[in-house]
Design a protein around this ligand. Structure first.
Ligand code: GLN
Length: 272
């Protein structure tokens, strides 16, 4: 659907075909809402914030300026996680750590698609945690997600808050270079800067997660992260400096860009 269609179907609460089935008849109040929404859009607000919703893997999530808008690329991250988790045959629940949960998209999708998933979701922003909690409740998975409001870097410096190690650490961390934030498109600049700012070289969170991750992972546990355009080689180097991972591999998105990095924790950790 184009933007006008999305706005109209949201105001009229109808499917797209209804827009064309007969002459559109908006009440005064609906016409007002339509004008206000177009005005907000003209002012550079992202469409998803105006609609208050977005679709992630077929799941409708509430979003507003407190959280990053989930992107289609992140669906690849979750699809890969699902594929990997399905190969784990042991009978116990699967333990997942979701770093930087935002709207809760990754955690909620994993909980919906994998019945055995038990997720700990961490975000530095209490506002994001509020949004994510509500989304989890709407989709009836809140009992399988433990939300923690905490700086992920701080959390990683301490002990695992949840006891036994995780089968999967998953993250779409902030990865834009601080110096690039000001030149991002106008709508992206409306998103929370803490969800975007990856530090001076954009790699700050990767370094932290790669370095501290092994202590939180099961033997042969998986670390899966989304990465920014062109960050592959630098991230590969960070992994290779760290001796606790094996099988570091990259997966491409539909535009043929390395978008996901996957690595397994080695069996034995020496001196950690
Ligand atoms: N987990 C959320 C997403 O993937 C938020 C990520 C973030 O805030 N950097 O969309």
């Amino acid at each position: 659907m184009n933007e006008t269609e999305l706005i109209l179907t949201s105001i009229l609460n109808c499917p797209r075909v209804d827009l064309y089935a007969r002459e559109l008849d908006l009440s005064m109040e609906q016409k007002d809402r339509y004008d206000r929404m177009l005005q907000r859009r003209a002012n550079g607000e992202p469409l998803q914030y105006i609609l208050g919703q977005c679709d992630f893997m077929g799941i409708q999530l509430d979003v507003d300026a407190r959280v990053l808008i989930p992107r289609p690329e992140t669906e690849l991250l979750v699809e890969l996680a699902i594929r990997e988790l399905k190969t784990l045959r042991f009978g116990r629940p699967l333990r997942i750590l979701d770093l930087g949960t935002g709207s809760g998209n990754v955690a909620i999708a994993l909980a919906q698609f994998i019945d055995r998933a038990r997720i700990t979701s961490v975000d530095i922003s209490s506002e994001a945690i509020e949004v994510a909690r509500r989304n989890a409740a709407v989709h009836d998975v809140e009992h399988r997600i433990h939300f923690i409001r905490e700086d992920m870097v701080h959390l990683l410096q301490h002990d695992n808050p949840d006891g036994p190690p995780y089968d999967l650490i998953i993250s779409n961390p902030p990865y834009i270079k601080t110096s690039h934030l000001a030149s991002l498109p106008r709508d992206v600049q409306r998103e929370p800067v803490i969800a975007l700012d990856g530090g001076e070289d954009g790699l700050y969170f990767y370094r932290q997660i790669i370095e501290k991750g092994p202590r939180f992972l099961e033997r042969r546990g998986l670390l899966l992260m989304e990465i920014g355009d062109g960050q592959g080689p630098a991230i590969e180097e960070i992994f290779h400096k760290n001796k606790y991972y094996s099988n570091v591999r990259f997966e491409k998105d539909y535009t043929n860009i390395d978008r996901i990095v996957a690595a397994y924790r080695k069996d034995v950790l020496w001196g950690i």
